[in-house]
Design a protein around this ligand. Structure first.
Ligand code: HEM
Ligand code: NFK
Length: 273
């Protein structure tokens, strides 16, 4: 049976009507699958079996990075407009994505160093170091380091502009300081912020929303650190002490980044609780 442009039918005795809006949208067209599934182009020739996995994993990372940037931007803006519940809600979504990103390393580790070696030599000088969205997440989170923009090779103008904007925009930490100010605290010096954090921690009944937000920021920081730690161990498993395709010392460089923290004052606070 058909009604107008839609499709009607029986499903378990219940009448269903799909696509009444014109009937042109399909699963594949909505999700742009012909474009999406046409983006996995191998460099190896003859094709190395594991290169499809390598490309797929990285493309999935970049899709989630896009989502993480969307949520972190929303969380930052919610803090700036005083919607603390929304800022926390969006950060909690980011946590679940970040856990998934770390777990994805398990899939990549089903690739052996020998099988990676079949196509690794084709990748140089490309490297994860050139992931613009990864660096945008670091900048937006609070770890702004303009030297990364200079060290990037082969950035398009659009990518350069995106990174420049992230360097200029307020970070999650800047927004959290606004939250502290609106809660009545001074934030004009590091000592003032430390003092504010101790007061929030000492009166959770009164500052519940601010405390929970601080905890959600710390969780984001911890999950980012966990990804870095997992990534470097995977790198050691895959390439040992070889230099990276991006021109760094490899695992040595990555180990030098393990101590990075977005919110050192939230970590320091622990020592005085
Ligand atoms: C076989 C798997 C992998 C190996 C052997 C590997 C190796 C490396 C190495 C050696 C570096 C240092 C830069 C250089 O190349 O000189 C690096 C950086 C990086 N990789 Fe990977 N990687 C792997 C998978 C991934 C995956 C799946 C991602 C997810 C997007 C990723 C993201 C990054 C990022 C963002 C950096 C820059 C880190 C920073 O500057 O702090 N890598 N990787
Ligand atoms: N840097 C890695 C190669 C690699 O993993 C990679 C190469 C191209 C694009 C993304 C990559 N992923 C992370 O660095 C290596 O030295 O083996």
């Amino acid at each position: 049976m058909s009604t107008g442009d839609g499709v009607a039918g029986q499903w378990g005795g219940v009448d269903i009507h799909f696509g009444e809006e014109g009937g042109r949208l399909t699963y594949g067209s909505y999700l742009r699958l012909s474009q999406l599934l046409d983006q996995q182009r191998l460099e190896s020739d003859p094709p190395a079996h594991d290169e499809l996995l390598f490309i797929t994993i990285h493309q999935v990372y970049e899709l989630w990075f896009k989502q993480v940037l969307h949520e972190l931007t929303g969380s930052r803006d919610a803090m700036l407009s005083g919607e603390l519940w929304l800022a926390e809600h969006l950060l909690r979504r980011v946590h679940t994505i970040e856990r998934t990103l770390t777990q994805q390393i398990d899939i990549l580790e089903t690739m052996t160093p020998q099988d990676f070696g079949e196509f690794r030599h084709r990748l140089s000088p490309a490297s994860g170091f050139q992931s613009v969205q990864y660096r945008e997440i670091e900048f937006l989170s609070g770890a702004k380091d303009p030297s990364f923009v200079k060290r990037f090779r082969g950035l398009t103008d659009a990518e350069k502009a995106r990174l420049g904007r992230r360097l200029a925009d307020p970070t999650l930490w800047d927004a959290f300081l606004v939250v502290l100010e609106k809660a009545g605290f001074a934030t004009d010096s590091e000592d003032a912020v430390r003092d504010a954090l101790r007061k929030v921690a000492g009166d959770r009944a009164h500052y519940a929303a601010v405390w929970e937000l601080a905890e959600a920021l710390l969780q984001h920081d911890e999950l980012a650190a966990a990804w870095r730690a997992r990534h470097v161990v995977m790198v050691e498993r895959m390439i040992g002490t070889k230099p990276g395709t991006g021109g760094s010392s490899g695992a040595g460089y990555l180990r030098s980044r393990l101590d990075l923290r977005y919110y050192p004052l939230l970590w320091d606070l622990r020592s005085s609780l």
